[in-house]
Design a protein around this ligand. Sequence first.
Ligand code: SF4
Ligand code: SF4
Length: 73
Amino acid sequence: MPEVKATGRVVIDKDLCKGCELCIGACPKGVLAMSTKINAKGYFYSEAVNPDDCIGCALCAMSCPDVAIEVYK
Ligand code: SF4
Ligand code: SF4
């Protein structure tokens, strides 16, 4: 049986992000990191730096207090 790899796609609305970094610690795959740029509100925001490693677990989205993250499987 071929192994089916779980894949997902994470989309972050950077202008909703307040830079709390909770999602970065929540991701088991190291997909997310803080940007060195700032968003419209003046915060450093989270972005997907290793998007191909995303497994669609949605732990990042559940950890975000500002509902800035959507995950597609
Ligand atoms: S869905 Fe899971 S693997 Fe993908 S970025 Fe979020 S926490 Fe990481
Ligand atoms: S948890 Fe939400 S608000 Fe916090 S850094 Fe991640 S995307 Fe931004």
